[in-house]
Each structure stands twice: as structure tokens, then as C-alpha cells.
Design a protein. Structure first.
Length: 253
């Protein structure tokens, strides 16, 4: 029996990295998954690759920074599978490691548009659906150790700090409605994210890269997916409003 048999899930950022590994693991565990990202071809490949697994994957292509994507992804889950049980808000980008004096307006706005506003648009629609259903639901927000430790630039770290605050606020607000909302903070993970990030600022990277001496071996996306499964499943039924760091001990210094 799968740990997510009968559960209907949304996973954003599912075309690559941690989100993709999570969508696949959830499908392996019996879930019906709506995979969300911008690149439709990659989502279609994911659905095809998982077609023999116990669960099912369908996709919704959209930019999470557009509030309509959140509305439409929840609508798709409900229209296709009749309900929503679990949402993993993973889609995110890195900044260019700039300290605040060198940070551009574009970098600040784009990082918050995707990492913070995009995630909160998702949470808003997910919570509206859970409240309408009346029997709770689960949210796992993919945050970062950068929320509390200075692993990136000002824009990225602040965008993830806001994710942590939104997570705790939502857990507190809706604890009596049965909505559990937790954050999972990865350390260093081998994904596409460095390939799509803008060129690093020399000063900022000089500061943040000092911390890499403490990071140890990088994780693989599957290492994160296992921890996300714990927060998504009933095994964590009394865990609410928490940040689970999954960084191999990096931030213990
Ligand atoms: N890789 C790391 O070392 C690391 C460390 C800490 C936190 N994180 C966080 O983990 C999450 C996943 O990152 P990853 O490393 O798997 O990166 P990745 O680049 O491999 O995957 C990111 C996913 O988000 C999607 N995405 C990006 N912008 C989007 C948008 N506007 N609309 C819809 N989808 C969008 C991408 O298409 C992709 O599917 C991010 O929130 C990131 O901040 C990653």
C-alpha cells in the first residue's frame, strides 16, 4: 500500500529538480498529482515516464508568478480528481548573490514575484479549497536555509524568509480547520537551479561562498523528496508550522 493512496496533490516546480523528484515519488506512493511548471514538454515527459507507477500524473502549464496559475491549478485538481489533499509549493529561482547595495530592482522584483508572491498565490487558493472542503489539508512550502542563514543574496534570502513567515502564519490561522502548513528548507542540492541563475556578483559570492566550506556533500533531489513525503503524509500529522531543514548538517556551525 502506498503512503499517499487516494490523495490528490499539487506539486509546483515539477518540471525539474526537487519538484520533479517529489511528483515522481508521490506518484510511486499512489497519489494523483497535478504537476505544475512553465515547460509543458517537460511535464508531459514526466507524466509519460510515470505512467506505469501506481498513481497518476496530469499537468498544468503556467507561471506561478501569475495569480491565475494558482486558481487554475487548484481548479484542475478538483475538476479532474474531485478534491485537493496536499500541495507542495516548490517553484523557485535563485538570485545573483548580490548584497543589498548592488541589488537591481529587476532582481528584487523577479525573485519575490516567483519565490514569495507565487508561493503565496498558491497557498491562498489551496487554503480556499481546503476551507471549502471542510476537512483540512496539507501544505509543504519549499523554503531554503537561506531564510535564516546568508547562503545567497539579499533578495533570495529575504524572499525565503517571507516564505517561512507565511508558513507559520497559515499554520496558526487555520490550525482549528485542520490545515497543516510546514516548510522544508534544503541546503545544497544538485539541480538545474545554478544553470538558470544569473551570473554571480563577485562581492556577494565572495561572502556567501565562505559558507560552502561547511556544507559537506550536496544532496540529490530524491533526498529532499523523501523529507517532503514525510511532511506531506499522515506520519507528520502533529507537525504544524515547522521548518524542517534538510541540509545534511550544513547550518549547524
Ligand atoms: N537546489 C538547491 O540547492 C536549493 C537550495 C535551497 C532551496 N532550494 C529551493 O528548492 C526549490 C526548487 O529548486 P530546484 O533546486 O529544484 O531548482 P530547479 O531549477 O531544478 O527547479 C525549479 C522548478 O521551478 C520551476 N519554476 C521556476 N520559476 C517558475 C515560474 N515562474 N513558474 C512556474 N514554475 C517555475 C522550474 O521550471 C522548475 O520546474 C526552489 O524553491 C529553490 O529555491 C533549492
Amino acid at each position: 500500500m502506498g503512503r499517499l493512496d487516494g490523495k490528490v496533490c499539487i506539486v509546483t516546480g515539477a518540471s525539474a529538480g526537487i519538484g520533479r523528484a517529489t511528483a515522481e515519488l508521490f506518484c510511486r506512493e499512489g497519489a494523483k498529482v497535478v504537476a505544475v511548471a512553465r515547460r509543458e514538454d517537460r511535464l508531459r515527459d514526466l507524466a509519460e515516464e510515470c505512467s506505469e507507477l501506481p498513481g497518476e500524473i496530469i499537468w498544468h502549464a503556467g507561471d506561478v508568478g501569475d495569480p491565475a496559475t494558482a486558481v487554475n491549478m487548484v481548479k484542475k485538481a478538483v475538476e479532474t480528481f474531485g478534491k485537493l489533499d496536499i500541495a507542495v509549493n516548490d517553484a523557485g529561482i535563485m538570485d545573483d548573490n548580490t548584497a543589498i547595495a548592488d541589488m537591481s530592482d529587476t532582481m528584487l522584483m523577479e525573485t519575490f514575484r516567483i519565490n514569495t508572491f507565487g508561493l503565496m498565490y498558491g497557498m491562498r487558493e489551496e487554503c480556499r479549497q481546503y476551507l471549502a472542503q471542510g476537512n483540512g489539508g496539507v501544505i509543504v512550502n519549499i523554503c531554503s536555509v537561506g531564510a535564516t542563514h546568508q547562503t545567497s543574496g539579499a533578495a533570495y534570502c529575504a524572499s525565503k524568509g517571507a516564505v517561512l513567515a507565511a508558513t507559520k502564519n497559515t499554520a496558526f490561522m487555520y490550525m482549528e480547520e485542520g490545515i497543516r502548513c510546514n516548510a522544508l528548507s534544503p541546503g545544497g542540492v544538485v539541480t538545474d537551479i545554478p544553470l538558470v541563475m544569473p551570473p554571480s556578483d563577485e562581492f556577494g559570492f565572495g561572502r556567501t561562498s565562505m559558507l560552502l566550506n561547511f556544507s559537506g556533500e550536496l544532496a540529490m533531489p530524491e533526498d529532499l523528496a523523501d523529507a517532503i513525503l514525510f511532511l506531506a503524509s499522515d506520519q507528520s500529522r502533529y507537525v504544524n508550522g515547522e521548518e524542517l531543514k534538510c541540509d545534511g548538517g550544513w547550518t549547524c556551525f
